[in-house]
Design a protein around this ligand. Structure first.
Ligand code: NAP
Length: 337
């Protein structure tokens, strides 16, 4: 088994290295790719050094079995044919192919079998905020069909990549040292001491692309007609996204039923003792695999609705971990070239 990571120097790429090592992913060799910026840089994996190769249109993917790509949509679009031409499975973290009918969009806890039908050799890893929400909502969907979702997200700086994390840290440093923020490059506004109610570009209906991803991808992953209305907000946590989620089910569900289902759900940890100040927070979920959920309660405005709070490390379950779990599933069922 020969594995490639495209975008190895990035926030997600670096997490791939950690997760593949931690999980002892069954592989014999590793090849790292990047642009001119990181080509030649060396990273250590399981005690051995690997040098980043320049991603080019050549035969470098001839012997690759699985390619984890996290180098942005443009790079995925440009290099998909080069990556898949000799049969490598491309598990792509960008939004480039997610809604294409011939590309499966997979969360292993929910629809792993979809990964087996991939005419183009590409499997898309869903949007990070969406992955964490559906991992939590899927066990509830099994109790009663979810018709509507309202969600407000609290997304960390790292969702915009390694440079964005550094920019937030730089902004706090400038506030302390200079009394004002000078560096605003990656985000459209100052993020330190602020929240920004826009993630990704605005679309014609005044929802952002991130919000429309939540609408469309939730339906594709869950094979559902659910309608999701989202407001996605950038906050100044560094790592781990949070979400406040209201959901309407076909029949009324009790809080106890929901807590019970969440307590048994794979990939979910219930942390729900609000009377004792116990609920999930991003500082605690950072670096962990599960999505943490709490504040489960009845919606006061609608008898068929309940509401909950969740938080999870979007670079792990929202990106690298989900992709590695897809690859583990393919290996388990013997479905790699
Ligand atoms: N951060 C998250 O929480 C998150 C979650 C889910 C999905 N994603 C998606 O994952 C992808 C990567 O995100 P990130 O946060 O890791 O971004 P990042 O930290 O900015 O890293 C981007 C990576 O892409 C590489 N790259 C860019 N252009 C390239 C090219 N032409 N050829 C080869 N490599 C190229 C960069 O390599 P160089 O350093 O060599 O330029 C770098 O390794 C994006 O599509 C993003 O939407 C991110």
């Amino acid at each position: 088994m020969k594995v490639a990571i495209v975008g190895a120097s990035g926030a997600v790429g670096q997490e791939f290295l950690r997760i593949l090592a931690e999980r002892n992913f069954p592989m014999d060799d590793l090849v790292l790719f990047g642009s001119k910026r990181s080509a030649g840089r060396k990273y250590t994996f399981k005690g051995k050094e690997y040098e980043v190769k320049l991603l080019q249109h050549n035969d470098d993917f001839k012997d690759i079995d699985i390619a984890f790509t996290s180098a942005g949509g443009g790079t995925s679009a440009e290099f998909a044919d080069t990556i898949t031409k000799y049969g490598a499975v491309m598990i792509d973290n960008s939004s480039q192919f997610r809604m294409d009918a011939d590309v499966p969009l997979v969360v292993p806890e929910i629809n792993p079998e979809d990964a087996l039908n991939r005419p183009r050799g590409i499997i898309a890893n869903p949007n990070c905020t969406t992955i964490m929400m559906v991992v939590v909502l899927n066990p509830i969907e099994k109790l009663s069909h979810i018709k509507k979702i309202h969600i407000s997200s609290y997304q960390s700086a790292s969702g915009a990549g390694a440079v964005a994390m550094a920019e937030l840290q730089q902004q706090y440093k400038e506030m302390v040292e200079l009394g004002e923020v000078k560096t605003i490059e990656k985000f459209p506004h100052q993020l330190a001491y602020n929240v920004i109610p826009q993630i990704d570009k605005m679309t014609e209906n005044d929802y952002t692309k991130e919000e429309m991803k939540m609408f469309n991808e939730t339906r594709k992953i869950m094979h559902s007609d659910v309608r999701t209305s989202a407001t996605c907000v950038r906050v100044s946590s560094l790592r781990s996204h949070s979400e406040s989620v209201w959901f309407e089910t076909e029949k009324p569900l009790s809080v106890e039923e929901i807590r019970d289902a969440l307590g048994k759900a794979p990939g979910v940890t219930l942390v729900d003792d609000p009377q004792n100040y116990i609920y999930p927070m991003p500082l605690e979920s950072a670096g962990k695999d599960d999505v943490f959920v709490g504040r489960v309660r009845k919606d006061l405005a609608d008898d068929n609705s309940n509401t909950l709070w969740l938080t999870g490390d979007q670079i792990r379950k929202g990106a690298a971990l989900n992709a590695v779990q897809i690859a583990e599933y393919l290996i388990k069922v013997g479905n790699v070239k």
